[in-house]
Design a protein around this ligand. Structure first.
Ligand code: GLC
Length: 470
């Protein structure tokens, strides 16, 4: 079976968030299970693209409105990621350093989807499944069925995965002339609330849609930034499949990015050494519990709560704690974190920015990871943390609820809290600090966490079952 994953992020080619990690690892596991899976993404001017060899495999031209566009498809020569990787380059549209942030994003993603379909029709072969990830490629299921030019491809089944339903790719109807010609009688499939909504279009037109956890699927039925009725209406073709992690890359036993490698049996020593290395570098004590936050400084991630929570923790003299923050995003939150560092230099380490290697070091060094998310479709950080014996303290929503069991229940291995405000996070952290004081108990929880299997093996198979069903 031939499956093509379409996405605008894929680790290590171009990454902004968890979408990249999923698209960079799921196809590898699917290939291992005997599926012919590949990834097609836009060409970005990133170090991975500059440092690796690519062959030109196809070229073509089409019009976007009245603008002629030329595309070239490149294939990475050695399948280094464990699956074939194709990049589509379009001078003037898909040839830039960043994934997001350009004013002509609508033109960029329309061009990407158009070029892909053009290539798929004329040159690519015959995929059985096109698996689209997030709204950037949400128009594909529509165009396959309702654009005459791509009628030859209408036999292909489409799966659409929602990694984040908050972003929907809205664009005004004035952009419709930029799409490949389509059956205008079907305009309603593109529309939601008077604008073109690619996420809504995908949910209406795909053969099956999935969310990255079951919990998140249930949440989308109730609240989906305006699309809840649509998600419910199309529930018959919905599936919740929890993400996995790439344990060949995220594994303290073999991680080349951490100072000291360790396994379950050597975790006490290994984590101590990693903590010492990180804390020394950032001027923090290494003999107190280390709590970290890694992620985007966004409301979705609850990063606006960090300042309040951290100030509270530092004001509680009975508890000793050190904190490490790694992330970037909202300028106000970045400023808050820098101010905390100025005020509490010996208690908190702050790195504003994106740093993959440092993230590995922080997971290895920390005792606890805080995720006070408002919305979390799956969340990968808690899964990485568990693998590194770092105990997650999470808000019980979406994928966090599905993957973290509170220590209050049998075989629990984390701390789960309910509400954003009302000091629930603080209480959960205090519970964690008290438990940490009981060394034997903490060690047992850590061993349990590290022994969990959140690798892709199970979930990759579930996707294959879905493809087969289609
Ligand atoms: C998005 C979601 C995150 C999920 C990731 C991968 O970034 O916010 O919860 O884990 O996609 O599916």
């Amino acid at each position: 079976m031939q499956v093509v994953h379409l996405s605008v992020e894929c680790f290590p080619v171009a990454k902004v968030g968890g979408l990249a990690d999923v698209v960079g690892s799921l196809p590898k596991y699917q290939c291992k299970l005997g599926i012919d899976a590949s990834v097609v993404m836009p060409w970005f001017d990133t170090s991975f693209v500059r440092d690796n060899a690519f062959d030109t495999v196809a070229e073509g031209s089409f019009y976007q409105g009245s603008e002629p566009l030329h595309y070239t498809v490149f294939k990475e020569r050695e399948d280094k990621l464990g699956f074939p990787l194709y990049l589509i380059k379009i001078p003037g549209k898909l040839d830039r350093p960043e994934v997001y942030c350009y004013a002509d994003e609508a033109e960029q993603w329309i061009a990407f989807q158009h070029a892909f379909l053009h290539w798929a029709k004329y040159d690519m072969g015959t995929p059985d499944i096109i698996h689209c990830h997030d709204h950037h490629v949400g128009l594909i299921p529509f165009l396959l069925r309702h654009s005459n030019e791509f009628h030859d491809l209408s036999y292909v089944k489409t799966v659409f995965t929602v990694h984040n339903g908050q972003y929907q790719g809205w664009m005004g109807w004035n952009k419709s002339i930029l799409l490949p010609p389509f059956d205008t009688w079907r305009w309603g499939l593109l529309d939601w609330d008077g604008v073109i909504n690619p996420l809504a279009t995908a949910i209406k037109c795909c053969d099956a849609y999935t969310t990255v956890s079951e919990g998140y699927l249930k949440e989308l039925y109730k609240e989906a930034n305006g699309l809840q009725n649509l998600f419910r209406d199309q529930a018959d073709k919905s599936y919740g499949i929890v993400n996995g992690i790439d344990t060949s890359y995220w594994n303290p036993v073999s991680d080349k990015l951490i100072n000291y490698k360790y396994s379950i049996t050597s975790a006490t020593r290994g984590k101590k050494e990693n903590k010492k290395a990180l804390c020394t570098k950032h001027g923090l004590p290494d003999d107190v519990p280390l709590l970290s936050f890694i992620g985007r400084f966004a409301l979705e991630k609850g990063a606006d709560q960090l300042d309040r929570i951290i100030r509270y923790l530092f004001s509680q003299n009975q508890y000793k704690i050190a904190i490490f923050i790694l992330g970037s995003g909202d300028a106000r939150i970045e400023a808050q974190m820098r101010a905390l560092k100025d005020e509490f230099a010996e208690k908190i380490g702050v790195y504003v920015g994106y740093n993959e290697a440092l993230a590995h070091e922080v997971y290895a060094a920390s005792d606890m990871l805080l995720m006070p998310s408002r919305v979390e479709p799956c969340g990968l950080n808690q899964l990485y943390a568990l693998k590194y014996g770092t105990i997650p303290i999470v808000r019980g929503i979406g994928g966090l609820k599905d993957t973290v069991k509170d220590i209050a229940v049998e075989e629990g291995y984390g701390f789960v809290f309910a509400r954003m405000e009302e000091n629930d996070a603080e209480d959960a952290i205090m519970r964690a600090l008290e438990t940490y004081g009981d060394t034997k108990k903490w060690k047992a929880i850590r061993s349990r966490a590290m022994a969990l299997d959140f690798s892709w093996d199970r979930s990759a198979q579930k996707y294959i079952e879905l493809y087969n069903q289609l």
